[in-house]
Design a protein around this ligand. Structure first.
Ligand SMILES: *Cc1c(COP(=O)(O)O)cnc(C)c1O
Length: 390
């Protein structure tokens, strides 16, 4: 028994150290890590440049508060705006906080337009976090049950369905924004179509709505573009980031452009820890390494190799419904609950995840390479076949 609050069904494994895409448990057993801390360890474990940058920053300054200019935070905002096409950045500590900032921006925008009870369109199967507002925006009853009353002001529609959004537009005149994961992560690796994204962008423009993209999981070069929306060539008004941004150092960001830029003034939002020099240095170094080692293109290629390999090795296997994803965000949907595969993976020296009950999820670090693919694909295919045969 542990004195930790019982909020996770934890696996009985603890790790002592890692290197790249390998991680070792306290008993000395080594694993191939195809999860990277749920898309967090962008640069894998113990990346020498990240280790040196963090150690150097820790020896200079960890935290000064946002009562002062923070040079590293300004540099990070410059980098993120240049990469995203948006124009300003609020730095926080996590995905739900980034989404809270986005929700507040949308409501603030609505009030400025004279809408007293602004509404945000959100999606079925969406995941936006665990705070009261973000769990209310999340499309999963399990996340919400027992925490009512929920925050109001969210209207839910099916994912990837432009007609459903048009139908809301016809009768609901309080809508101020649409919030969307370009690829749903927790929901089971579902991809929004590119034509849907473009139609949605046009509809938001026509109606004067903000388009908010929650890129907490699919952003940061994981899909082969810096951000998921770039595949469709659209530009959201708000983009939220967190998981992979600091390669394991907690940091989140809410980026704003278009209708969302210039809305907040001093006193409208804040964070004590948000954007401290340590976290921003971790994020800046993550961006540097992605660029210098061309990890974005690598993620796209490696993801293709993994899907190709799994498609070959699992072809015709009954029980495999679909293999889908983009870059290093991959889901293998089975026709049954498959949570047990995570434990079987650990026994076989493989760290994988199962989400939405039936979807095996792979989110490896961006330097996952061909050697790792050659190990992952046959091991995972064998596990899946054995699981489905019993
Ligand atoms: C993980 C996740 C969040 C929540 O992030 P936290 O840092 O856990 O608050 C929000 N949105 C998406 C898409 C996520 O994957």
């Amino acid at each position: 028994m542990s004195t930790l609050m019982n909020t996770y069904a934890r696996l009985p494994v603890a790790f002592s150290h890692g290197q790249g895409c390998r991680i070792t448990d306290t008993a000395g057993k080594e694993y191939l890590d195809a999860l990277s801390g749920i898309a967090v360890n962008t640069l894998g474990h113990a990346h020498p440049r990240l280790v040196a940058a963090i150690a150097g920053q820790a020896g200079r300054l960890l935290h000064v508060s946002n009562l002062f200019r923070v040079v590293e935070q300004e540099q990070l905002a410059d980098r993120l705006t240049a990469l995203s096409g948006l124009s300003e950045v609020f730095v926080c500590n996590s995905g739900c906080e980034a989404n809270e900032a986005a929700i507040k921006l949308a409501r603030f925008y609505g009030h400025k337009k004279g809408i007293e009870s602004p509404a945000i369109i959100v999606m079925e199967k969406a995941f936006h976090g665990r705070t009261m507002a973000t769990l209310s925006a999340t499309g999963n009853r399990k996340t919400q049950a027992g925490f009512e009353p929920l925050v109001s002001g969210f209207v839910r529609v099916p994912y990837d369905d432009i007609a459903a959004i048009r139908a809301v537009a016809e009768h609901n005149h309080n809508v101020v924004a649409v919030m969307l994961e370009i690829i749903q992560g927790e929901g089971g690796i579902f991809l929004a179509g590119e034509s849907y994204q473009r139609e949605l962008r046009a509809l938001c423009d026509e109606k004067g709505w903000m388009l908010i993209c929650d890129e907490v999981q699919c952003g940061m070069a994981r899909t082969g573009q810096w951000f998921g929306y770039q595949h469709a060539g659209i530009l959201p008004d708000v983009v939220t980031l967190a998981k992979g941004l600091g390669s394991g150092v907690p940091i989140g960001a809410c980026l704003a452009g278009g209708k969302a830029a210039g809305l907040f003034g001093p006193g409208n939002h804040g964070s004590t820890f948000g954007g401290n020099p340590l976290a921003c240095t971790a994020a800046l170094t993550t961006l540097d390494v992605i660029e210098q080692d061309q990890l974005m293109a690598k993620a796209e290629r490696t993801g293709e190799l993994i899907r190709q390999g799994l498609n070959e090795q699992l072809a015709g296997v009954t029980g495999v419904v679909q293999i889908r994803g983009k870059g290093l965000m991959i889901g293998i949907e089975l026709d049954r609950s498959c949570g047990d595969l995570v434990k079987q993976g650990l026994e076989a020296g493989l760290i994988i995840n199962v989400t939405a009950d039936k979807v095996i999820r792979l989110l490896p670090a961006l330097m996952f390479g061909e050697a790792e693919v050659r190990e992952l694909v046959p091991k995972l295919a064998a596990l899946v076949k054995k699981f489905l045969a019993t």
